[in-house]
Each structure stands twice: as structure tokens, then as C-alpha cells.
Write a protein that binds this ligand. Structure first.
Ligand SMILES: C[S@@+](CC[C@H](N)C(=O)[O-])C[C@H]1O[C@@H](n2cnc3c(N)ncnc32)[C@H](O)[C@@H]1O
Length: 310
């Protein structure tokens, strides 16, 4: 048995990338290292036997996979790979993945989460911008028949058309479409610098819920921040707040935050006069001098419906 496949991430203190690669090469090429080096890995495998035996995505497997394509993680693409399959299990659990679901996975990387999703019986549409990683994940699961990989930038990808063709296809018995994103999102509160249009947007379309923290030590290379898993329970269109036009609503919210330190009566003057904005704000119980970070989604909706011209 290959000792590297038994090793779990918790066995290594954080060390530099070059040190990790060196360690990997030593194990891969030094055939005499077996007995002497195997002991510590086996001890740790016993410590958390279940997880280690199942984990196909520990340090060594991840490095080996990257090496097979001659790749090194690219900072520009946020390539920090998950090394702990238990976290992926929890993530799939938090998303409530069930047999027959169609899951959109953005950035599958080496496929550690993809593996868990496929094992849960889901059909996965994976969108990966890095063509080498897209090739890697396609090859890894080539026999599954339940994975479609698009080598595309998610920002430019026509997700809706791909998803709807899959949801209606024979792959999925269920009509449930679930979207998973590993998001580093701090749930922001009013009157904090983190409160931004994205918070208004997210609350407009969903009910966000903070699930759990993922310490940075679970990733390779280790990022400078911890991660968090957040779920977004998507609302039905009938549950969206009522606005005459979502385009004009979000345009107003963006304008308000573009000049965050400015009072709304100044930053929204392209929509109507300062006086009209002041009157609208006071009529919904807010100060005439309000700034954008003081308004909830509901406040923005009321303000929009009072000042936006059709
Ligand atoms: C943080 S890694 C996560 C990989 C994998 N989910 C894991 O947990 O190991 C992010 C992945 O997203 C990909 N990626 C980055 N920007 C992307 C984009 N705009 N569209 C699609 N994929 C992207 C990267 O190439 C990388 O594979």
C-alpha cells in the first residue's frame, strides 16, 4: 500500500510549498524509504482510519495529480485545493445533496469535492477555467458518466442553458438543481464597512445561512485567511421583494454604494431631487441624512418604489 495515500492533512505542520514538493519527491523516488518512512503515516492512518482510508485527496494525492499535468497552483485563479475529504462531506451535507440532484460546481480543481458529489449520486456540471485542471478532472472521472466539464470562465458561461438541458435530461430523475459555491463570505451587518451591494443582492434572491468555518490548514497551498461555508436557500420568484424593475432597483443600490460615504440625498440625485429623496427616506422612518450602509433590503425596496420613475 502506498503510504502517501494513508496520510491525512493533520499530520503535517504548515510548511512551505517547496518543502512539500521535496517531501513528495522523496517518497515517490526513494524506494528504500518505505519501511523507515511508512511508520509515521501508518500511525496517523490509525488515528483517523476512516477518513484516511477514504481520502483520495490528501497532500500527496493532490501534489501527484498536479504533477501529472506539470501544474503548480496559480494565485491568479485562487487555486487553493481542499485536502480534507471530511470537509467536502460536510459541504455536500450542508447543501443537502441527494441522489439524482444536478449540481453546478464552480472550479472543481483536482476534483476532491466532485468525488463526494458523484458518490452522493448527483450529476455534476463542473465549470473550470484552467484547461489543465479541466482535463485532469475529466480524466479522473471519465468512467462515471455523471460528470460534464466545461472549460470556461464561470463569469462568461451560459450556466442557465447548460443547467436546464441537464435538469431535463435522462441523467436526472429529479428536477432539483442545486448550486454549490465554496464562498469566503462574511455575513455582513448594517453599518459595517463589509456591507455592500452583494449583501442586498443575496438577500433579495435567497436566505443566506452561515454554516461552518473551514480553517486555512485544510488547503494547499495554505491561504492567508480561513474559509467559511455559507448556504443560500434560493427564493421562488414569487417571494422576491416587489420592485417595478429589478434592473433599476440594482442600479439604484449600486449607485448608492458607489459613493458610500455620501448621503443618499446626494448620491441618488440622478434619479430625483434631493428634496424628494429626503421626503422618501423620512416617510419610511429613516433619517433624511441616511447613508447606504444604514438601509436594509426592505428599506432599499421601499425607497426605490418611492423615487424610481418608470
Ligand atoms: C479554490 S480552488 C478550489 C478547487 C476545488 N473545489 C477544491 O476544493 O479543491 C478554485 C478553482 O476554481 C477555478 N477557477 C478560478 N476562477 C474561475 C473562473 N472564473 N471560472 C471557473 N473556474 C475558476 C480554479 O482554477 C480552481 O480550480
Amino acid at each position: 500500500m502506498n503510504p502517501s495515500s494513508l496520510c491525512s492533512v493533520q499530520t503535517f505542520p504548515p510548511i512551505s510549498q517547496s518543502a512539500l514538493l521535496y517531501r513528495h519527491r522523496k517518497l515517490a523516488h526513494d524506494s528504500t524509504a518505505g519501511v523507515r518512512r511508512r511508520a509515521p503515516y501508518l500511525v496517523c492512518a490509525e488515528r483517523s482510519k476512516g477518513a484516511s482510508m477514504r481520502s483520495a485527496d490528501d497532500y500527496h494525492a493532490t501534489l501527484k495529480a498536479l504533477k501529472s499535468k506539470g501544474r503548480f497552483p496559480r494565485k491568479s485563479l485562487g487555486q487553493h485545493y481542499m485536502l480534507n475529504s471530511e470537509i467536502n462531506d460536510q459541504l455536500a451535507g450542508a447543501a443537502g445533496i441527494e441522489q439524482g440532484d444536478v449540481v453546478l460546481e464552480i472550479g472543481p480543481g483536482t476534483g476532491s469535492l466532485t468525488n463526494v458529489l458523484l458518490n452522493s449520486g448527483a450529476f455534476v456540471l463542473a465549470v473550470e477555467k484552467d484547461k489543465h485542471m479541466a482535463a485532469l478532472v475529466s480524466e479522473r472521472f471519465s468512467s462515471s458518466g455523471k460528470l460534464k466539464v466545461l472549460t470556461e470562465d464561470i463569469v462568461k458561461c451560459h450556466v442557465r442553458s447548460h443547467m436546464s438541458s441537464l435538469v431535463g435530461s435522462t441523467y436526472s430523475k429529479s428536477r432539483n438543481a442545486k448550486e454549490e459555491t465554496a464562498v469566503r463570505l462574511v455575513v455582513s451587518s448594517l453599518r459595517t464597512p463589509e456591507y455592500r451591494p452583494i449583501n442586498v443582492f443575496v438577500n433579495f434572491y435567497s436566505e443566506p445561512e452561515y454554516k461552518f468555518k473551514v480553517p486555512r490548514t485544510n488547503f494547499f497551498p495554505q491561504p492567508n485567511v480561513d474559509a467559511a461555508v455559507v448556504s443560500f436557500k434560493l427564493k421562488q420568484p414569487s417571494e422576491y421583494p416587489h420592485v417595478s424593475s429589478t434592473k433599476s432597483f440594482f442600479s439604484m443600490v449600486n449607485s448608492a454604494f458607489n459613493e458610500k460615504r455620501k448621503m443618499l440625498r446626494k448620491s441618488l440625485q440622478h434619479i430625483c431631487t434631493s428634496l424628494e429623496i429626503e421626503e422618501a427616506l423620512t416617510s419610511i422612518g429613516l433619517l433624511a441624512t441616511s447613508r447606504p450602509e444604514e438601509l436594509t433590503l426592505d428599506d432599499f425596496v421601499k425607497l426605490h418604489n418611492l423615487i424610481a420613475k418608470e
